[in-house]
Design a protein around this ligand. Structure first.
Ligand SMILES: Cc1ncc(COP(=O)(O)O)c(C=O)c1O
Length: 371
């Protein structure tokens, strides 16, 4: 079966390897800019790819605001030239000093982080003693992961944030990863219900407490819904996965059209222990194991296969077509979940014109860079 990922020089590429296709990455970036209508409505998450080169492709497309979850990701963003970086995480313990150090190292970048309670406000204000920082109030809009519930205590926290020296309140962070319903109409209704309460709260804060104009919402599954709400001022969409996309989202959200998977794994058949069993060198040290076994990878050009086992360096499939897959043969696989897959690799090979032309570092896979 033909697919667009085959490399003419595959025989020379050690496996397993992560391969990026910049042509598709550029296309995916252009697609979300087009859907948003304006790159100023985007604040993509860097966690999917953790690479400076993809940040630069986004900057070239006019995207100037970014989101991250770790200090290393914040550093990768700033060092690639991102002017506005939101660390979408509470600042606690040694992270305060690291954030202060980063802000001093990259004076051309405005850094912000989340506040969702007394402890995270204390951490962020301690970092801000050394350098002015921005603060977003993190709302728990139903994911029950981080954030404060909308109400008086949240309004009080925003007021305390606004009164903290060197901290500028910048708005609300309302990540609603739980709004990922399979049916687009259900997802749209859930997004609308979430956004209604968030916007009412934002207006109240802006009127009664402190300036509050921005609200950062959503990931990839509900991006089409948020992108369509062009009349809502100050709405920033924060998809991450879209840029590389993966088999998991691709199969669950076919309504998000115009996006192409841009990262594949190059793997090899290493054994055929039974007439219907094929073993590949694609263990869970090379492809993320968080999806269910059945959804962990999609092998391209291998009809009717079932993943039946996965260990550190081996992936086992059953297929009636095993005879066609000689030992040593290269197979291409779409990861079920691309974000943790990237973090398993030090670098991604870069494919242009059907050949490997270089490599990009997955720079923020290391937890400690400079800061
Ligand atoms: C806070 C936050 N924002 C944005 C995203 C991006 O979501 P997605 O991976 O669906 O694009 C995530 C994903 O984990 C997230 O945790």
């Amino acid at each position: 079966m033909p697919h667009p990922y085959r490399l003419a020089d595959e025989a020379t590429i050690p496996s397993p390897a992560l391969v990026f296709y910049p042509e598709f990455i550029r296309r995916n970036v252009a697609r979300v800019v087009e859907m948003a209508g304006d790159p100023a409505r985007l604040r993509p998450h860097v966690k999917t790819h953790k690479s400076r080169e993809i940040v630069r492709l986004q900057l070239a497309a006019g995207v100037t605001k970014h989101k991250c979850a770790t200090i290393a990701e914040a550093e990768v963003l700033a060092s690639a030239g991102a002017p506005d970086v939101l660390l979408a995480y509470p600042v606690l313990g040694p992270t305060a000093d690291r954030l202060a150090k980063l802000a001093a190292l990259f004076p051309g970048t405005q850094f912000s982080a989340l506040v969702d309670g007394t402890e995270s406000l204390a951490g962020l204000s301690s970092a801000a003693r050394a350098h002015p920082l921005g603060a977003f109030l993190d709302l728990n809009v139903g994911m029950d992961r981080t954030g404060v519930i909308i109400g008086n205590a949240a309004a009080d926290l925003y007021a305390r944030t606004a009164a903290t020296p060197n901290l500028t309140p910048r708005g609300l962070h309302a990540y609603d990863g739980q709004n990922h319903q399979g049916l687009p109409a259900d997802r749209a209704a859930a997004v609308e219900a979430t956004l209604r309460t968030v916007l009412a709260f934002r207006d109240r804060l802006h009127r009664e407490v402190a300036p509050c104009e921005v609200v950062v919402c959503g990931g990839t599954p509900n991006f089409p819904m948020y992108a369509a709400l062009t009349a809502v001022p100050g709405l920033e969409c924060s998809p991450g996965t879209y840029v590389l996309h993966d088999h998991g989202y691709g199969s669950r959200y076919p309504d998000f059209t115009g996006i192409t998977p841009a990262a594949v794994l190059l793997t090899r058949v290493i054994a055929k222990p039974t007439p219907t069993r094929v073993t590949l060198d694609l263990g869970h040290k090379a492809v993320a194991a968080d999806p269910l076994l059945a959804n962990r990878v999609r092998l391209l050009g291998v009809p009717d296969h079932t993943v039946v086992g996965h260990s550190e360096e081996h992936l086992m499939i059953e297929t009636a077509h095993a005879a066609a897959f000689d030992i040593g043969r290269v197979v291409y696989a779409l990861p079920g979940h691309v974000c943790p897959t990237c973090a398993l690799h030090r670098e991604a090979l870069i494919a242009e014109g059907g050949r490997v032309v270089g490599a990009w570092a997955i720079a923020a896979r290391d937890r400690l860079l400079t800061a």
